[in-house]
Design a protein around this ligand. Structure first.
Ligand SMILES: Nc1ncnc2c1ncn2[C@@H]1O[C@H](COP(=O)(O)OP(=O)(O)OP(=O)(O)O)[C@@H](O)[C@H]1O
Ligand SMILES: [Mg+2]
Length: 251
Protein backbone atom coordinates (compact mmCIF):
# COMPACT_ATOMS: atom_id res chain seq x y z
CA UNK A 1 0.00 0.00 0.00
CA UNK A 2 1.46 3.32 -1.02
CA UNK A 3 2.08 6.18 1.35
CA UNK A 4 -0.12 9.13 0.48
CA UNK A 5 1.76 11.32 2.94
CA UNK A 6 5.26 10.96 4.30
CA UNK A 7 5.94 13.01 7.39
CA UNK A 8 9.68 13.30 7.96
CA UNK A 9 11.57 14.79 10.89
CA UNK A 10 8.76 17.19 11.59
CA UNK A 11 9.42 19.65 14.40
CA UNK A 12 7.00 22.35 15.47
CA UNK A 13 7.27 25.21 17.92
CA UNK A 14 4.65 27.57 19.35
CA UNK A 15 6.95 30.46 20.27
CA UNK A 16 9.73 28.71 22.17
CA UNK A 17 7.60 25.74 23.24
CA UNK A 18 8.37 22.71 21.10
CA UNK A 19 5.08 20.85 20.58
CA UNK A 20 6.24 18.27 18.00
CA UNK A 21 9.59 16.52 18.18
CA UNK A 22 11.09 14.87 15.16
CA UNK A 23 7.96 13.07 13.96
CA UNK A 24 8.48 10.59 11.13
CA UNK A 25 5.50 8.50 10.03
CA UNK A 26 3.82 7.41 6.81
CA UNK A 27 0.12 7.88 6.12
CA UNK A 28 -1.10 4.94 4.04
CA UNK A 29 -3.61 5.45 1.27
CA UNK A 30 -7.16 4.11 1.73
CA UNK A 31 -6.48 3.28 5.36
CA UNK A 32 -7.51 4.78 8.69
CA UNK A 33 -4.64 6.11 10.78
CA UNK A 34 -5.44 6.95 14.40
CA UNK A 35 -3.44 9.26 16.67
CA UNK A 36 -3.77 8.63 20.40
CA UNK A 37 -2.07 9.91 23.54
CA UNK A 38 -2.74 11.96 26.66
CA UNK A 39 -4.09 15.50 26.56
CA UNK A 40 -1.54 18.03 25.35
CA UNK A 41 0.77 15.47 23.68
CA UNK A 42 0.41 17.12 20.27
CA UNK A 43 -2.27 15.10 18.45
CA UNK A 44 -4.25 18.11 17.24
CA UNK A 45 -1.06 19.96 16.42
CA UNK A 46 0.15 17.09 14.25
CA UNK A 47 -3.14 16.53 12.43
CA UNK A 48 -3.45 20.27 11.78
CA UNK A 49 0.01 20.25 10.22
CA UNK A 50 -1.20 17.90 7.52
CA UNK A 51 -3.28 20.61 5.85
CA UNK A 52 -1.33 23.57 7.18
CA UNK A 53 -4.04 24.74 9.56
CA UNK A 54 -1.28 25.77 11.99
CA UNK A 55 -0.36 28.55 9.56
CA UNK A 56 -3.20 30.42 11.23
CA UNK A 57 -1.25 30.48 14.51
CA UNK A 58 1.19 33.40 14.42
CA UNK A 59 3.71 31.99 16.86
CA UNK A 60 3.93 28.65 15.05
CA UNK A 61 7.11 27.54 13.27
CA UNK A 62 7.55 24.23 11.43
CA UNK A 63 10.69 22.40 10.29
CA UNK A 64 10.96 19.12 8.42
CA UNK A 65 8.93 17.81 5.55
CA UNK A 66 5.45 16.57 4.77
CA UNK A 67 5.50 14.97 1.34
CA UNK A 68 2.20 14.67 -0.53
CA UNK A 69 2.45 13.24 -4.04
CA UNK A 70 6.14 14.00 -4.11
CA UNK A 71 5.64 17.63 -3.14
CA UNK A 72 6.55 19.11 0.22
CA UNK A 73 3.40 20.67 1.72
CA UNK A 74 5.79 22.99 3.56
CA UNK A 75 7.72 23.88 0.41
CA UNK A 76 8.01 27.53 -0.64
CA UNK A 77 5.80 27.16 -3.73
CA UNK A 78 2.93 25.22 -2.18
CA UNK A 79 -0.57 26.44 -2.96
CA UNK A 80 -2.17 26.22 0.49
CA UNK A 81 -5.71 26.57 -0.89
CA UNK A 82 -5.11 23.55 -3.10
CA UNK A 83 -3.67 21.59 -0.17
CA UNK A 84 -6.78 22.28 1.92
CA UNK A 85 -9.04 21.24 -0.96
CA UNK A 86 -7.24 17.91 -1.24
CA UNK A 87 -6.95 17.48 2.53
CA UNK A 88 -10.19 18.32 4.31
CA UNK A 89 -10.81 18.58 8.02
CA UNK A 90 -13.58 17.67 10.47
CA UNK A 91 -13.52 19.11 13.98
CA UNK A 92 -14.66 17.98 17.41
CA UNK A 93 -17.68 20.24 17.45
CA UNK A 94 -19.83 20.04 14.32
CA UNK A 95 -19.56 23.44 12.63
CA UNK A 96 -22.09 23.67 9.79
CA UNK A 97 -22.47 27.11 8.22
CA UNK A 98 -25.67 28.91 9.31
CA UNK A 99 -27.34 28.35 5.96
CA UNK A 100 -29.37 25.63 4.25
CA UNK A 101 -28.21 22.04 3.97
CA UNK A 102 -27.83 22.47 0.21
CA UNK A 103 -25.83 25.70 0.53
CA UNK A 104 -23.46 24.06 3.03
CA UNK A 105 -22.55 21.54 0.34
CA UNK A 106 -22.37 23.89 -2.66
CA UNK A 107 -20.34 26.54 -0.83
CA UNK A 108 -16.94 24.94 -1.48
CA UNK A 109 -17.54 23.84 -5.08
CA UNK A 110 -18.79 27.37 -5.92
CA UNK A 111 -15.64 28.90 -4.45
CA UNK A 112 -13.63 26.50 -6.59
CA UNK A 113 -15.49 27.68 -9.70
CA UNK A 114 -18.32 25.19 -10.23
CA UNK A 115 -21.28 27.16 -11.65
CA UNK A 116 -23.38 24.64 -13.55
CA UNK A 117 -26.63 23.99 -11.64
CA UNK A 118 -26.87 20.33 -12.67
CA UNK A 119 -23.30 19.74 -11.64
CA UNK A 120 -23.92 21.42 -8.27
CA UNK A 121 -27.04 19.31 -7.75
CA UNK A 122 -25.08 16.16 -8.57
CA UNK A 123 -22.43 17.15 -6.01
CA UNK A 124 -25.12 17.75 -3.35
CA UNK A 125 -26.69 14.33 -3.84
CA UNK A 126 -23.39 12.52 -4.19
CA UNK A 127 -21.77 14.13 -1.14
CA UNK A 128 -24.80 13.56 1.08
CA UNK A 129 -25.03 9.93 -0.02
CA UNK A 130 -21.36 9.33 0.64
CA UNK A 131 -21.75 10.89 4.08
CA UNK A 132 -24.71 8.57 4.82
CA UNK A 133 -27.04 11.53 5.34
CA UNK A 134 -29.06 11.63 2.12
CA UNK A 135 -32.03 9.60 3.26
CA UNK A 136 -32.49 11.73 6.36
CA UNK A 137 -32.42 15.09 4.57
CA UNK A 138 -33.47 14.59 0.94
CA UNK A 139 -36.87 16.22 1.54
CA UNK A 140 -35.48 19.25 3.40
CA UNK A 141 -32.37 20.36 1.53
CA UNK A 142 -33.45 23.99 1.73
CA UNK A 143 -34.00 24.10 5.46
CA UNK A 144 -31.37 25.28 7.87
CA UNK A 145 -28.46 23.02 8.70
CA UNK A 146 -28.63 24.34 12.25
CA UNK A 147 -31.87 22.39 12.80
CA UNK A 148 -30.13 19.03 12.34
CA UNK A 149 -29.09 16.89 15.31
CA UNK A 150 -25.45 16.92 16.39
CA UNK A 151 -24.71 13.63 14.65
CA UNK A 152 -26.45 14.77 11.48
CA UNK A 153 -24.53 18.06 11.60
CA UNK A 154 -21.27 16.14 11.85
CA UNK A 155 -22.20 14.00 8.83
CA UNK A 156 -23.16 17.21 7.00
CA UNK A 157 -19.69 18.57 7.76
CA UNK A 158 -18.25 15.37 6.33
CA UNK A 159 -20.46 15.80 3.23
CA UNK A 160 -19.25 19.42 2.94
CA UNK A 161 -15.66 18.19 3.00
CA UNK A 162 -16.41 15.55 0.36
CA UNK A 163 -18.03 18.15 -1.93
CA UNK A 164 -14.65 19.41 -3.16
CA UNK A 165 -13.28 15.91 -3.91
CA UNK A 166 -10.57 15.59 -1.30
CA UNK A 167 -8.15 12.68 -1.08
CA UNK A 168 -7.56 12.83 2.65
CA UNK A 169 -10.00 13.54 5.47
CA UNK A 170 -8.57 14.65 8.79
CA UNK A 171 -10.82 14.22 11.83
CA UNK A 172 -9.95 15.68 15.22
CA UNK A 173 -12.06 13.84 17.82
CA UNK A 174 -15.08 13.85 15.49
CA UNK A 175 -17.34 11.90 17.83
CA UNK A 176 -16.43 13.25 21.24
CA UNK A 177 -19.45 15.59 21.27
CA UNK A 178 -21.84 12.85 20.10
CA UNK A 179 -23.95 10.20 21.81
CA UNK A 180 -23.15 6.49 21.33
CA UNK A 181 -25.63 5.98 18.49
CA UNK A 182 -24.43 9.00 16.51
CA UNK A 183 -20.86 7.87 17.24
CA UNK A 184 -21.55 4.39 15.87
CA UNK A 185 -22.93 5.94 12.68
CA UNK A 186 -19.80 8.01 12.16
CA UNK A 187 -17.60 4.98 12.83
CA UNK A 188 -19.56 2.96 10.29
CA UNK A 189 -19.25 5.83 7.84
CA UNK A 190 -15.47 6.01 8.29
CA UNK A 191 -15.35 2.32 7.45
CA UNK A 192 -17.03 3.04 4.10
CA UNK A 193 -15.13 6.26 3.39
CA UNK A 194 -11.70 4.57 3.42
CA UNK A 195 -12.61 2.60 0.34
CA UNK A 196 -12.37 5.90 -1.54
CA UNK A 197 -10.44 8.24 0.77
CA UNK A 198 -7.64 8.22 3.30
CA UNK A 199 -8.63 9.02 6.88
CA UNK A 200 -6.52 10.34 9.76
CA UNK A 201 -8.36 10.53 13.07
CA UNK A 202 -7.43 11.84 16.49
CA UNK A 203 -9.30 10.10 19.26
CA UNK A 204 -9.25 9.98 23.04
CA UNK A 205 -11.12 6.74 22.89
CA UNK A 206 -8.81 3.74 22.63
CA UNK A 207 -11.67 1.36 21.90
CA UNK A 208 -12.56 3.59 18.97
CA UNK A 209 -8.98 3.61 17.70
CA UNK A 210 -8.77 -0.16 17.90
CA UNK A 211 -12.19 -0.65 16.28
CA UNK A 212 -11.80 1.61 13.28
CA UNK A 213 -8.12 2.17 12.47
CA UNK A 214 -5.57 0.19 10.50
CA UNK A 215 -2.55 2.06 11.88
CA UNK A 216 -2.13 3.80 15.21
CA UNK A 217 0.41 6.33 16.43
CA UNK A 218 0.88 6.79 20.17
CA UNK A 219 2.18 10.24 21.07
CA UNK A 220 3.59 11.51 24.35
CA UNK A 221 5.00 14.98 25.09
CA UNK A 222 5.33 15.85 21.41
CA UNK A 223 7.05 12.62 20.41
CA UNK A 224 5.76 9.71 18.36
CA UNK A 225 6.55 6.97 20.84
CA UNK A 226 5.24 4.15 18.71
CA UNK A 227 3.61 3.85 15.30
CA UNK A 228 2.45 0.51 13.96
CA UNK A 229 -0.44 -1.59 12.77
CA UNK A 230 -3.32 -1.04 15.17
CA UNK A 231 -3.66 -4.66 16.15
CA UNK A 232 0.01 -4.88 17.06
CA UNK A 233 0.04 -1.62 18.98
CA UNK A 234 -2.87 -2.71 21.14
CA UNK A 235 -1.85 -6.34 21.66
CA UNK A 236 1.96 -6.40 21.44
CA UNK A 237 3.26 -2.84 21.90
CA UNK A 238 7.03 -2.47 21.54
CA UNK A 239 7.37 0.36 24.03
CA UNK A 240 6.71 0.24 27.74
CA UNK A 241 5.16 3.72 27.63
CA UNK A 242 2.61 2.53 25.07
CA UNK A 243 1.74 -0.45 27.17
CA UNK A 244 1.29 1.70 30.27
CA UNK A 245 -0.98 4.08 28.35
CA UNK A 246 -3.19 1.48 26.68
CA UNK A 247 -3.63 -0.39 29.94
CA UNK A 248 -4.84 2.82 31.57
CA UNK A 249 -1.91 3.35 33.90
CA UNK A 250 -1.63 7.02 32.96
CA UNK A 251 -3.24 9.62 30.74
N1 LIG B 1 -2.29 27.81 19.36
C1 LIG B 1 -1.40 27.41 20.28
N2 LIG B 1 -0.52 28.29 20.81
C2 LIG B 1 0.38 27.90 21.72
N3 LIG B 1 0.50 26.65 22.19
C3 LIG B 1 -0.34 25.73 21.71
C4 LIG B 1 -1.35 26.06 20.73
N4 LIG B 1 -2.05 24.93 20.44
C5 LIG B 1 -1.52 23.96 21.20
N5 LIG B 1 -0.50 24.43 21.97
C6 LIG B 1 0.33 23.63 22.91
O1 LIG B 1 0.92 22.56 22.18
C7 LIG B 1 0.87 21.35 22.93
C8 LIG B 1 0.09 20.30 22.15
O2 LIG B 1 -1.27 20.70 22.07
P1 LIG B 1 -2.36 19.91 21.23
O3 LIG B 1 -3.58 20.74 21.20
O4 LIG B 1 -1.76 19.52 19.93
O5 LIG B 1 -2.55 18.60 22.13
P2 LIG B 1 -3.60 17.41 22.00
O6 LIG B 1 -2.81 16.16 22.05
O7 LIG B 1 -4.47 17.62 20.83
O8 LIG B 1 -4.43 17.55 23.35
P3 LIG B 1 -6.00 17.26 23.64
O9 LIG B 1 -6.10 15.76 23.74
O10 LIG B 1 -6.24 17.92 24.96
O11 LIG B 1 -6.80 17.83 22.53
C9 LIG B 1 0.25 21.72 24.28
O12 LIG B 1 1.30 21.96 25.18
C10 LIG B 1 -0.52 22.98 23.98
O13 LIG B 1 -0.62 23.80 25.11
MG1 LIG C 1 -6.54 18.00 20.60
Amino acid sequence: MTNVIEIENLNLWYGDHQALKDITIPIKGNKVTALIGPSGCGKSTLIRCINRMNDLVDSCRVEGSMMFHGENIYGPDTDVIKVRKKIGMIFQKPNPFPMSIRDNITYGPKIHGVEDEDELERIVVDSLKKAALWEEVEDRLDSSAMALSGGQQQRLCIARTLSVSPEIILMDEPTSALDPIATAKIEELIDTLVKEFTVVIVTHNMQQASRISDYTGFMYLGEMIEFSKTEKLFTRPSEQLTERYITGRFG
